[in-house]
Structure formats: structure tokens, C-alpha cells
Design a protein around this ligand. Structure first.
Ligand code: DLL
Length: 426
């Protein structure tokens, strides 16, 4: 489902559509959602103050705490009777955040996921193994709805149950899979154990997302599963999966479906807008949603908008792979480190498996990072080499621990927690 009238709209027309949609959204928010009205009033803003796209920067951010403060559905702009689905994401503490969808929102959700599947290589009639969790998490039902919209034969496997996944892949011969990258690696190992070589596996295209992953991990998954793998990005507060997706012929930046989601990149400290090409926090507005439109949502995800023409003819801007979340940032003796940077060094060295885990501890005032890595060899030379490469490429001294293959935590079907922080426990 390539929609040239939407995906390749002339830029001037796209910007006009975005301005009109944003104006319509803030008017609805002001009129129907007391929490937004209060925020606008506090800043002396009226919906009419949004006269150009540049004016958007004057409007307040929405943060996760706003969803919590208005739990469960206080940010909804339609009567409860019009809601058709609720999703929720479980935070690490306290109440989950709840997101409401009406018929229009579910329609948008299906459309952007169908576009994402198509951009990743899926075509009507293909068998689609959907290994994202079904339930309150937006991954399972989100990919399912898009699969139906595109005309795929969807197998709703959900996450976990690795043996069952392997059997279904062998028996139903899907061409398309959607799964977290960490669980894709687990499936790759399990298929190998079951005696399948990559060329025997029917899969051709994979949509990977819901957690940060590197290009090196992409190559590893592509080799293990015999697929072309594309990034799919999204978050529940904005819609779910399908905010942006790579093109299978490029695999170079994810096209943001800008007719529905307006992106900004801001400085994590000051909230000021940053130019294209500079890394900062991604802020998204879901302009066309009706049940729970969200204004300038602070995703916490660190990325940049990629400058330059798009080779595919699409006019939407592309975002680079997410480096991490601003809350995953480890500040180690003053140096900013994201786990994905460590992953890139490890996978680049080629002698270790892509399974790793980070443990943070504190001795006195000093923070220490232990990088646990799986490797066939227990050679002290390799351990030293990893430490040396990380110092050279990331700029921090870490302690590396070598572990035997299969011993570090694996994804059990969903997102994998990469960092154990023991600093507060001392
Ligand atoms: O993870 C939606 C999703 C499902 C996306 C399936 C892709 C595939 P949440 O549970 O609300 O929604 O988590 C959203 O996950 O803010 C990012 O930190 C992270 N995330 C999502 N996609 C990617 C990605 C879903 N492609 C949070 N790369 C987001 C890096 C991602 N991080």
C-alpha cells in the first residue's frame, strides 16, 4: 500500500496540510480537554496563536506525567461512548498510562501500519508471522490491523513460546515477520538448533522495533533469518507502531508518516528546536487523531531528522535509528553513554555474540560500568581488546566480563532490559 497522494505530497502542500491539521487539533484540545485548556491558559496562549508552523514551538510539551495525572482517560477529546479501544503501557512504577482510540484513530492506525508493512517489503497475499505481544501492548494488535488492511494472511502468534514459534515458521512458511530485534536473535538461534539453515527459512522481510537496535544487529538478524530487516518505530501515546518505517530498498532512516504525525527535534536540556541533522529528543504531535490527540509529546527518544533528498520520492522526512532514550542515558564519570553505542562496538568486533548486558555499580563516589558479553573464547586478550575499543570509540573505561554463550538474559518475546542499575541500592 504505497499512497503517493499522501507519502509523496509536494512539500508545500504537506506543510499546509500539517498547519491546518495542527490548528484543528489545538482548537479541539482547548475546547474539549480541560488539562490542555489549563496549560494553554497558564502560558497565555489561545489556539489562534498557532498561525504558522514556527508558532508550534511556543506551545507546551506533553509528557508522560500528563497522562498519569489525567489517568485513565482525562486527555480524551471525545465522549467515552465513542471510544473503541484502550491500550496501556506499563511503566516501571505506579499506574500504567492509558491511551484511547475511536474509529477514526483505529483507521489511521491500520493505515500507517499497512504503509509500514508495504515499505518493509510485504505484499498482499503473503503469510505474516506476527510475534509482537497481543494485549494491552500496542505491538500485537497494531501490526495485526495493518496486516489486515494490506491484505496479509496474518498468524497472530504473539510473543514467547519459542518452540511453538519455530514450528509455526517451519509449517506455515511465512514470508513476513514482525518481532523485537532481541527476540529475533533468539528465534534465529532456535531455528538453527532445529536444523534450519537461513536459506531454508521461508521468511523474506522483517519489521523490527519497540526497542533500540544497531545496524550491526540488523546484519546479524538478516544473516540468521535470511531476511531483509527494516526498522519500525512508534509509541502508544502517539498511536503505537507505525509512526515511521524504513524502506526495504534503502534501509537508511525511517520515513515519518508526516501526514499524521508532526516531528520536532529539541535540545534535551532546554527544549529549544534543533536543526535537521542534530541529535536531540524527538517530539511528536498526532495531528489527525480524534479520541486522544497529543500535542508536542516528549518521547524521550534520541534521534535526528536526516537532511537531504529521499531516494524513494517520498516527501516525508526520515529519522535516524534511535540512539536510546534520554532516560537510558548513562552518565559515566561525566561521559554520556547509550547502551547502543556499546552494542555497536561489540558487534563491530565480530568475535562476540550480540548478547550483552550492562551492570552499573557505585563505589564511593565513582560509578562503574561492567559490560557482560557472550563469547566462545575466554581469552583475557579479547577482554582487554573490548575494553580498549570501548575506550577508543566511546570514550569511557569499562570493565568487561566474558560469559559463555547462552548465559546472559534473553528476550522472552518482548522488549529486553539491557541495563541493571545497582547504584541506588548501596
Ligand atoms: O513499543 C510500539 C511499537 C510496537 C513499536 C512494535 C514498534 C514495534 P511502547 O510500548 O509505548 O510502544 O514503547 C514506546 O519504545 O518511546 C521507544 O523508546 C521504544 N521504541 C519503539 N520503537 C523503537 C525503535 C511500542 N524502532 C517506546 N527503535 C519508544 C528504538 C523504539 N526504540
Amino acid at each position: 500500500m504505497f499512497q503517493p497522494d499522501r507519502e509523496a505530497m509536494p512539500v508545500a502542500q504537506l506543510r499546509a496540510h500539517q498547519l491546518a491539521s495542527l490548528q484543528d487539533m489545538v482548537a479541539r484540545q482547548y475546547e474539549r480537554v480541560p488539562a490542555y485548556q489549563r496549560k494553554f491558559d497558564e502560558q497565555g496562549l489561545k489556539p489562534d496563536d498557532l498561525k504558522t508552523l514556527a508558532d508550534l514551538a511556543r506551545f507546551p510539551f506533553t509528557r508522560k506525567t500528563d497522562l498519569r495525572d489525567n489517568y485513565p482517560t482525562g486527555l480524551c477529546a471525545v465522549p467515552r461512548s465513542e471510544l473503541r479501544r484502550l491500550h496501556a503501557s506499563s511503566g516501571t512504577t505506579g499506574k500504567p498510562t492509558v491511551v484511547g482510540y475511536d474509529r477514526n484513530d483505529l483507521d489511521i492506525f491500520n493505515e500507517v501500519v499497512a504503509r509500514s508493512l508495504y515499505a518493509s517489503g510485504a505484499r498482499p497475499g503473503m503469510v505474516f508471522h506476527n510475534a509482537y505481544g497481543y494485549g494491552l501492548f500496542t505491538g500485537g494488535l497494531g501490526l495485526d490491523g495493518g496486516g489486515q488492511r494490506l491484505g496479509l494472511n496474518t498468524v497472530p502468534v504473539s510473543g514467547g513460546g519459542t518452540d511453538k514459534q519455530v514450528q509455526l515458521i517451519q509449517d506455515l512458511e511465512p514470508e513476513v515477520i514482525s518481532v523485537t530485534p532481541s527476540y529475533a536473535l533468539v528465534l534465529g538461534e532456535a531455528l538453527k538448533k532445529a536444523g534450519m539453515r537461513p536459506e531454508d527459512i521461508s521468511l523474506k522481510y522483517a519489521l523490527l522495533g519497540a526497542e533500540p537496535w544497531s545496524d550491526k544487529t540488523r546484519r546479524e538478524i538478516e544473516e540468521k533469518l535470511g531476511v531483509k530487516a527494516c526498522n519500525i518505530y512508534g509509541l502508544s501515546e502517539v498511536i503505537g507502531p507505525g509512526v515511521s518505517n524504513e524502506d526495504v530498498n534503502e534501509q537508511n532512516g525511517s520515513y515519518i508518516w508526516e501526514d499524521h504525525f508532526y516531528p520536532e527535534i529539541v535540545d534535551p536540556e532546554t527544549g529549544e528546536l534543533l536543526p535537521d541533522g542534530e541529535y536531540g529528543v524527538l517530539v511528536l504531535s498526532s495531528m489527525t487523531r480524534t479520541a486522544m490527540p497529543i500535542l508536542r509529546y516528549w518521547t524521550g527518544d534520541i534521534t535526528c531528522l536526516m537532511p537531504g533528498e529521499s531516494p524513494s520520492g517520498r516527501t516525508s522526512r526520515r529519522m535516524a535509528q534511535i540512539r536510546g532514550r534520554s532516560d537510558d542515558l548513562i552518565i559515566l564519570r561525566g561521559v554520556n553513554v547509550y547502551p547502543t553505542q556499546l552494542e555497536a562496538v561489540l558487534t563491530g568486533m565480530g568475535q562476540t555474540s550480540p548478547h550483552y548486558h550492562v551492570v552499573l555499580t557505585r563505589t564511593g563516589l565513582m560509578d562503574d560500568l561492567t559490560l557482560q558479553v557472550e563469547t566462545e573464547s575466554e581469552s583475557p586478550a579479547l577482554q582487554k581488546e573490548i575494553q580498549k575499543q570501548i575506550k577508543a570509540q566511546v570514550g569511557v573505561s569499562v570493565h568487561c566480563e566474558l560469559h559463555v554463550p547462552g548465559s546472559l538474559p534473553r528476550s522472552e518475546g518482548g522488549k529486553l532490559k539491557r541495563v541493571t542499575d545497582l547504584r541506588a541500592e548501596r
